[in-house]
Design a binder for this molecule. Structure first.
Ligand code: PLP
Length: 434
């Protein structure tokens, strides 16, 4: 590729962009169950308007744009209040990964201030890979522990994994794979009894669980109301229905957050202080996040959560009614996974894909994943109809012998995980070759 010698007219450029999306996942019609959290067309319009209003603004310098500083303070405050600690402090970040990176970096530097040089954190295997990334970037050792038969963190295993170098225990609310909330009260009590930090990753559930609870669904305690929880992450661009690029990291104590910041007083370009990973901080996602919280309000989020829960329960009932299909664990909200005891679940996944339904595949155990929002509300009957047909084909078919299903099954069960890592690396490396 070369930069074009001369430019093209704007309409032509925009048409070319439009044409490129022909093969993209169809998220508008409720046929995709990950990646896009669609709050409906009216909300989407508001997000775009708000985003464009602050399209060029930059929160890097909080003195230049007091508007963005105010939005950040208000958004962080609203989320802190929802999560049980109105007095908590935090930062707006670009996403769950950045929020988690910040929480781990903060824990590491807090530990360093207390003389712990080679820190470790204890992670149930169900936590998001962003913790792996944090371990990698910040040189904190990730110590993995199993989950129980219900897919929730095994707290005894966490206790056994604590050493003199442990700085942080992590739980999820809920964890992405099976949508179950870890026993946060037990994890936080364990952390407190050892003088450790405790992070609750509510990237997925932070803007959902408070409303699910208010609707009367049974939920274990998961937020700052639990003594011993010291930090939390909560994505706005998931169940907050904000534009992509918005998440919050929160600390119960202001003192702790200071370890997150990076300052440099000796630069020849001026005094420099940066709260998060990014230098330039885009105003658009901040404005869109502020806009959606004010547009929906508590009432709107309750409505969205109710729609997602009703739809998820109907889908789960339909899946459970199909002999041989099984929902994994007892999902706490509108995220869940299911598997098949009488068919290859990845053949079923391919059959669903052939019928226009995009479900993510997961391993250990093998399953298909569903993240439900209001966008899926009208889709239950269509989906269950196709599911029954796809399941019948998969039962007939037997184990996958070729294609994506066979490959996914094989990669999931290979005992040599090094080979699988090589495969993923080669795959990523090859993406720009064709
Ligand atoms: C999505 C997710 C993350 C990471 O968030 P990104 O916005 O994708 O970086 C972290 N934890 C959980 C539980 C998630 O679902």
């Amino acid at each position: 590729m070369k930069l074009p010698e001369t430019g093209r007219p704007a309409p032509e450029v925009l048409d070319a962009l439009e044409a490129m999306r022909a093969q993209d996942a169809n998220w508008r019609d409720g046929r995709t169950f990950s990646l896009v959290y669609h709050g409906g067309d009216a909300l989407l319009g508001l997000l775009k308007d708000a985003f464009f209003k602050y399209f060029s603004e930059n929160a890097l310098n909080p003195m230049a744009f007091p508007s963005l500083r105010r939005m950040e303070t208000e958004v962080v405050g609203m989320v802190a209040d929802l999560l049980g600690a109105p007095e908590a402090v935090g930062s707006l970040t670009t996403g769950g990964t950045e929020s988690i990176l910040m929480a781990v970096k903060t824990a590491r530097d807090f530990a360093r201030s207390r003389g712990i040089e080679h820190p470790e954190m204890v992670l149930p295997i169900s936590v998001h890979p962003a913790f792996e990334k944090a371990a990698h970037y910040f040189d904190v050792k990730a110590v993995h522990v199993p989950v129980d038969a219900d897919f929730r963190a095994d707290v005894d295993a966490m206790r056994a994994a604590i050493t003199a170098r442990t700085i942080l225990l992590v739980g999820s609310a809920p964890a992405y794979p099976q949508g179950v909330v870890d026993p946060i009260s037990e994890i936080a009590a364990l952390a407190a009894s050892h003088g450790l930090l405790c992070h609750v990753d509510a990237c997925l559930g932070g803007m959902l669980l408070p409303f699910v609870r208010a609707l009367g669904h049974a939920l274990p305690a998961f937020d700052f109301q639990v003594p011993g929880v010291t930090s939390m992450s909560c994505d706005l661009h998931k169940y907050g229905y904000a534009a992509k690029g918005a998440s919050v990291v929160l600390y119960r104590e202001r003192e702790l957050r200071k370890h997150q910041f990076v300052v440099y007083a000796d630069w020849t370009g001026g005094l420099y202080g940066s709260p998060t990973m990014c230098g330039t901080r885009a105003g658009g996602p901040m404005a869109a996040a502020w806009a959606v919280l004010n547009y929906l309000g508590r009432e709107g989020y309750l409505r969205m959560a109710n729609s997602a829960m009703t739809t998820a329960k109907a889908l789960q009932a339909g899946i459970r009614a199909e002999p041989g299909l099984r929902v994994l664990g007892e999902p706490h909200a509108s995220i869940f996974a299911f598997t098949a005891d009488n068919a290859d679940i990845f053949v079923l996944g391919d059959e669903l894909a052939a019928r226009g339904w995009n479900l993510d595949r997961q391993n250990n155990p093998n399953a298909l994943h569903m993240m439900i929002t209001q966008a899926h509300a009208g889709r239950v009957d269509d989906f269950l109809y196709d599911l029954r047909a796809a399941h019948a084909v998969a039962v007939q078919h037997g184990p996958a012998t070729s294609g994506a299903a066979a490959m996914y099954g094989m990669l999931g069960s290979l005992p040599d995980r090094g080979m699988v890592r090589e495969f993923i690396l080669d795959f990523m490396d090859g993406l720009d070759r064709t």
